[in-house]
Design a protein around this ligand. Structure first.
Ligand code: IMP
Length: 186
């Protein structure tokens, strides 16, 4: 498979991603069997993961989408989150799963879980394809996590840098000179 020239190395191939998605789906199918579950996709980064995941689920799934943006630099969030698109329906008394691409500092997920908890769901859990625990600034329980990754900026399979690279079929480490050119001149 040809590596995009802006990327340093492939972290996960399409086959490894599919295996991780399978593993998460199996756990969800066991834990939520017989339930109706409100699956909240966090746009845009989780869209590819979401569409692969939901097709492996065997319980009654309800789709909804939220779009949030966090203020901060292009590669690190500040914790101040703006809801650009909210849920279409009430989640009161529903079992809710937040489907996220990656949890980094945890600030976005902390904001979202607090926000959604205030709407009185029956339960709420986080499902993230990737987790960077070494970057955590606030504690967040990622109950369903596909892959733990080191402290690197990754793109592909829905994840972007400046809206690019989302369509790559693999997950790759972005070259540092692409997102921090000044830091690399030293
Ligand atoms: P947090 O609030 O710091 O946990 O950041 C979460 C959000 O930052 C994720 O939903 C992603 O959109 C973005 N993000 C964090 N790390 C990466 C990365 O390595 N590549 C692309 N986006 C990332």
């Amino acid at each position: 498979m040809e590596l995009h020239p802006d990327c340093e190395r492939i972290l996960f191939t399409p086959e490894q991603i599919a295996a991780a998605v399978d593993g998460i789906a199996q756990r969800l199918n066991a834990d939520y069997a017989g339930k109706t579950v409100y699956m909240v996709c966090i746009l845009k980064g989780a869209s590819t993961f979401y569409s692969d995941l939901v097709r492996r689920l065997t319980f009654d799934v309800r789709f909804d989408f939220m779009c949030v943006s966090s203020y901060g630099s292009a590669t690190a969030s500040s914790g101040a989150v703006c809801i650009r698109k909210d849920l279409d329906s009430s989640i009161k008394d529903m079992d809710v799963i937040i489907v996220e691409d990656i949890v980094d500092s945890g600030l976005t997920m902390r904001y979202l879980t607090e926000n959604l908890l205030s709407r009185d769901p029956k339960s709420i859990n986080i499902c993230a394809l990737m987790d960077k625990p070494s970057r955590r600034e606030v504690p967040v329980e990622v109950k369903y996590s596909g892959m733990e990754i080191p402290n690197a900026f990754v793109v592909g399979y829905g994840l972007d840098y400046a809206e690019r690279y989302r369509n790559l079929p693999y997950i790759a480490v972005l070259r540092r000179e692409i997102y921090a050119p000044a830091a690399c001149t030293k």
